[in-house]
Design a protein around this ligand. Structure first.
Ligand SMILES: *Cc1c(COP(=O)(O)O)cnc(C)c1O
Length: 427
């Protein structure tokens, strides 16, 4: 066959799997086993030499199967396939998004270091930074969405810890407001603060864009993090996480994973292999639906503001960043309902097809109230600054018919305000 560069979606059914090693099975079976039999003691010795970095790999040599905390066919095939979307050297899959995130932060930060991060952050990440990293003496600076790069540079200098800036951690687009930051500009900032013996790393939580719509490594990031529970898993039936990046950094991530023991199980890895086969068709449908829904909401009289990348106007600053680093507007739509908590709750309680639940990126559409749910733990003043108010509702759009979703949203919005009008007439 002639050499041809296949697109990732064409390779998700077969890449990295050799049927002849599994009785010809078309699909990779679940390798539900804890350990692997060595052919000889010499082979076992050679595998361990590589696993412990006691010698360099010879050309073409691959790490043999040893023990399922270190490697497993389901895990390895999954990691190889995930690398294709982001064109990464290597990937490590974890038992949750939070274990991927906390493992990266633990590996690359030590007491005395400085971490700069963007706001708002996923609630769990925010908690880990404020309640764990601060406790072990990592200094942190949170950047608000409206702060410029120059302001960030000033904040780093003013902290007196510029020399210790070990990592910049971004979440873009941010959950739940869809605020975006310029990854390339932050990669320049990381370079600027790197010293000869310490490279400032740039890590990006790319969960909101899945591995399809934004590729942070190509924008200068060193590491990508995912909650694979979301688009990658995509069916709201598993919890997992992933980290991708250059080989030298990934070796460190995988080594710490081996000793924390927080790798994904063979069964969950197998479910994710199944998910990856439909990743692109799912996500294409989800973003198409989301655009239609965002446009519908924007015109609705009971809706005040809609936060969706596909509605950005050319004269907005975020538009240029969006065009530069994203290939689609995603499938997360947030909006301010007119009124407050009462109106938001009436809307949420009236939905039928869409379910009232946190999480995102799955085949079914979900709705939730960030202020009292996913972001309930965030400091109130900060929440206000980030526009996470009583009015804000967050939607994760699935693969249903957009007509049915709009029907559902419309009938739920129709219920909003009706009661209070009646109450007013009675009083
Ligand atoms: C859900 C989520 C996480 C955490 O992932 P889990 O799989 O729930 O541990 C991290 N970041 C973002 C942006 C998320 O949405």
């Amino acid at each position: 066959m002639k050499k041809h560069d296949f697109n990732p979606e064409s390779l998700m059914m077969s890449y990295g799997y050799k049927p002849e090693l599994s009785e010809g099975a078309i699909k990779c079976p679940i390798f539900q086993t804890s350990t692997f039999v060595f052919k000889t003691a010499e082979e076992g010795k050679a595998f361990f030499e590589l696993a412990y970095g006691l010698r360099e790999k010879s050309p073409k040599e691959e790490l043999g199967l040893i023990y399922s905390r270190i490697n497993n066919p389901n895990l390895e095939i999954l990691e190889n396939r995930l690398c294709l979307w982001d064109k990464a050297d290597d990937c490590a899959v974890f038992e949750s998004g939070m274990s991927a995130i906390s493992t990266v932060l633990l590996e690359f930060l030590k007491p005395g270091d400085l971490l700069v991060y963007s706001n708002p952050l996923y609630g769990g990440t925010d908690h880990f930074i404020h309640h764990f990293l601060n406790k072990i003496g990592v200094h942190t600076i949170g950047v608000m969405p409206n702060q410029s790069i120059d302001q960030v540079i000033q904040m780093i200098k003013d902290s007196g810890k510029a020399e210790q800036l070990a990592m910049i951690y971004l979440e873009t687009p941010a959950n739940p407001t869809n605020d975006i930051v310029d990854i390339e500009k932050y990669s320049q900032l990381a370079k600027r603060f790197s010293t000869e013996d310490r490279k400032t790393l740039l890590a990006v939580d790319n969960t909101y864009m899945g591995p399809l719509w934004q590729h942070p490594l190509q924008c200068g990031a060193d590491l990508i993090l995912y909650s694979a529970t979301k688009y990658i898993g995509g069916h709201s039936d598993l919890i997992a996480g992933a980290v991708l990046g250059k080989a030298d950094l990934m070796l460190r991530v995988k080594t710490l994973r081996t000793f924390l023991g927080n790798m994904v199980s063979p069964h969950t890895a197998w479910l994710m292999l199944r998910s990856l086969e439909t990743l692109k068709v799912r996500m294409d449908q989800q973003t198409m639906n989301a655009q239609v829904i965002a446009e519908y909401l924007e015109k609705h009289p009971k809706v005040e503001n809609v936060y969706y990348l596909g509605l950005l106007k050319e004269d907005e600053e975020a538009y240029d960043i969006y065009k530069k680093q994203c290939s689609a507007p995603g499938a997360m739509v947030s909006f301010d309902i007119k009124g407050g908590e009462k109106e938001a709750f009436t809307f949420l309680n009236s939905l039928g097809l869409m379910k009232l639940a946190v999480s995102l990126g799955g085949t079914e559409s979900l709705a939730q109230h960030p202020k009292t749910m996913t972001h309930a733990g965030v400091d109130d003043e900060q929440r206000q600054q980030m526009k996470i108010t009583d009015q804000l509702v967050r939607l994760s759009i699935g693969v249903e018919s957009s007509k049915d979703l709009i029907w559902d949203i419309e009938q739920a919005l129709n219920k909003v305000g009706v009661c209070s009008k009646l109450e007013m007439e009675i009083s």
